[in-house]
Design a protein around this ligand. Structure first.
Ligand code: GTP
Ligand code: MG
Length: 243
């Protein structure tokens, strides 16, 4: 009698970003990929509350602790037998819900000492096709500013109290909807990051306080010709490197 014992998920990732970016679509896709039997409906609507799901990292995705895993590597077999799982929290991106949900979640998870709730990485999803619209761009940039300011203050504050025990939280800016022809190229630092006259923060300043920001494009939808979900592969690889 054989029973596979999946190890409990030990890492939490938080998913932020403006309304309509595709956060819930991404979450639903990961859920389907994790449990192929469950044909969950992938129609989404504007989220009102946060949801926490458990995701299985595909065995072929390398992890940070095992980054040279190759197809012939025996550890790949091990990963297939004992898959790595993590938790992902999807949050509502609507402007009125950000402070009380997304930002509040970030503050609580980033100050948590409890492994069950502590944050391992932060994903900020943007709709790259919508950034041509000035209002959307401004809204997206302002949310991202708020988020990165929380991390920057956390990093600076920690320096003072000289408790360097916690690693900085890595940030992935996931440029979604690269399938659409209006989508901007994934390298969005110029558009989103640099001082917009306020001089509040820049990606460079974040690096100085030890916060790593990666910008990686992808698509939750629109990759029908390829294997399902291949448009999110590079985000899964980023998650894997955090594990
Ligand atoms: P809130 O819950 O309001 O914060 O939005 P959200 O970020 O959860 O967005 P949601 O997942 O509901 O997606 C919004 C719309 O974008 C849906 O109609 C999705 O089907 C669509 N969408 C998501 N990803 C992609 C993509 O990669 N390409 C295209 N073309 N559409 C996408
Ligand atoms: Mg949603």
């Amino acid at each position: 009698f054989f029973r596979s014992v999946a190890s409990p998920p030990s890492s939490n990732f938080l998913l932020l970003g403006p309304s309509g970016a595709g956060k819930t679509a991404f979450t639903a896709l990961l859920e389907v990929k994790s449990t192929p039997a469950s044909k969950k409906s992938q129609t989404t609507h504007t989220s009102q509350t946060s949801t926490l799901i458990t995701v299985t990292l595909p065995p072929s995705v390398p992890t940070g602790s095992n980054r040279y895993r190759s197809i012939n590597d025996p550890s790949l077999k091990e990963a297939t037998r004992n898959p790595i799982r993590y938790r992902l929290k999807d949050t509502p991106g609507h402007g009125k819900l950000r402070q009380t949900q997304g930002i509040a979640e970030l503050i609580s998870m980033s100050s948590s000492k409890d492994l069950k709730t502590k944050i391992r990485g932060l994903l900020f999803m943007v709709d790259t096709a919508a950034l041509v619209d000035e209002a959307t761009l401004r809204d997206t940039a302002s949310y991202l500013h708020d988020v990165l300011l929380v991390l920057q203050q956390r990093a600076l504050g920690k320096g003072k109290s000289s408790t360097k025990r916690d690693a900085e939280i890595p940030v992935l800016i996931a440029g979604n909807k690269q399938d659409l022809f209006t989508a901007l190229p994934a390298e969005e630092e110029e558009v989103l990051g640099d001082d917009d006259g306020k001089g509040v923060f820049s990606f460079k300043l974040l690096e100085q306080v030890g916060i790593k920001v990666d910008v990686v494009g992808g698509a939750v939808k629109g990759d029908a010709e390829e294997e399902i979900g291949s448009g999110v592969r590079r985000w899964e690889e980023w998650i894997g490197m955090c594990l």
